[in-house]
Write a protein that binds this ligand. Structure first.
Ligand code: PPS
Ligand code: MG
Ligand code: MG
Ligand code: MG
Length: 356
């Protein structure tokens, strides 16, 4: 008998890998007019749209009844002023879909190389990601490029896909094309794939599928926290409060500065033993975190033996819709230290309130 979600896992890996090849090649050729600014002022590139088109196509072929909560929508692409951008997205997506998507087994899942799709078909496929989410049933959540700002800088970004069943994350696959395979060799080979299935553990492969490693977050004793722990935090100050994190770091007496990195690559690094804690606290602007920014990363952390919650210690709720509801931040760490980090976060919060 095959393991639970084994088909979903193979399809998700094939889809994420294919999208990573696409985004990698787009980065090398990206020109200025291939990026748009969305209504919320965040950037989106031809790479984000084409990767969503490719992954949604593959998911729709393999699991036609599954809804998808995806970050991007085609509405900005459909305007007359976006015609060259739109053509580029269609060209990139069709190019990616011509390859054998999952060599070896593609025909078993109906995801072999497909016929060229029309502009209308691909725009509709992007919009298969418009599902509203919710408490019950099976659904996928997709961030075709997480850390678009990192992608544009040539820094870290991630292609992120998760399967949710009755608001629990059951499977997470994250591709990090720019992440060093071996953290001790930052200038060595790059390109990693992270996979977690509930109850089956977490692993890292190279993007080409070799060198599998089981992931496990090393334990840190409370008395070693100040010397052994450092925070993984956002690069963008608008995405999480650097000042709050710095206060928490002082309370814990951390000797090492935080590591700033774009995207869910932070969760991947935590899961393979880097840093020791992920801290993302709201900036106070009323932003609601999106499920695609945390679903696969959260399972990766727990399957590697870590713990994740909001800053009150409550579980993240993936059943509320496209976002995680009122923003109480995210705190993830190894099981042995998450309570210590939460206590320091609480203390920093109380200090902030008493000053206000
Ligand atoms: N105001 C605000 N607060 C919190 N988060 C926000 C905010 N605005 C955007 N986003 C989301 O941040 C995602 C990028 O991930 P990170 O913040 O971890 O990386 S980084 O900030 O780029 O360093 C980014 O994901 P992508 O849009 O996929 O790049 C956004 O979903
Ligand atoms: Mg975005
Ligand atoms: Mg994102
Ligand atoms: Mg994104």
């Amino acid at each position: 008998m095959s393991a639970l979600y084994s088909n979903e896992k193979q399809v998700a890996i094939a889809a994420v890998r294919r999208a990573c090849i696409l985004t990698n090649s787009v980065f090398n050729k990206l020109v200025k007019n291939e990026t748009l600014t969305k209504d919320d002022k965040s950037p989106v590139t031809v790479g984000d749209y084409a990767a969503q088109a490719v992954i949604n196509t593959i998911l729709s072929k393999a699991f036609p009844d599954d809804p998808i909560v995806g970050e991007e929508s085609s509405s900005d692409l459909r305007t007359p002023s976006s015609s060259s951008l739109r053509s580029r997205v269609i060209e990139l997506a069709n190019e990616a879909l011509q390859h054998d998507l999952a060599p070896g087994d593609s025909s078993a899942w109906g995801i072999g190389p497909g016929a060229t799709q029309s502009e209308g078909q691909l725009l509709e496929t992007i919009d298969r990601g418009s599902f509203a989410g919710g408490k019950s049933g099976r659904m996928w959540t997709l961030d075709p490029i997480d850390g678009t700002k990192g992608f544009l800088r040539g820094g870290q970004y991630a292609v992120c896909l998760a399967l949710l069943v009755d608001s629990r994350v059951e499977l997470g696959v994250i591709g990090c094309p720019n992440l060093p395979v071996d953290p001790s060799k930052p200038d060595g080979a790059r390109g990693c794939l992270f996979i977690a299935v509930r109850g089956q553990g977490a692993e890292q492969l190279t993007l080409s599928g070799s060198d599998p490693k089981t992931l496990s977050i090393p334990a840190i004793a409370s008395e070693d926290i100040s010397n052994s722990l450092s925070f993984l935090e956002s690069v963008e100050a608008a995405h999480s409060s650097h000042g709050f994190n710095s206060r928490v770091s002082d309370i814990l007496g951390l000797a090492t500065s935080p590591v700033r990195m774009d995207s869910q690559a932070k969760y991947c690094c935590l899961a393979r033993g880097e840093g020791g804690a992920y801290l993302r606290m709201p900036t106070g602007a009323g932003y609601r975190e999106k499920i695609w920014d945390h679903a696969p990363g959260s399972l990766l952390v727990t399957e590697a033996g870590g713990a994740i919650s909001d800053s009150r210690g409550q579980p993240l709720d993936f059943g509320l819709g496209r976002d995680l509801g009122e923003n109480f931040g995210v705190v993830a760490a190894g099981k042995s230290v998450q309570a210590d980090v939460l206590a320091a976060v609480k203390k920093a919060g109380e200090e902030e309130k008493s000053k206000a």
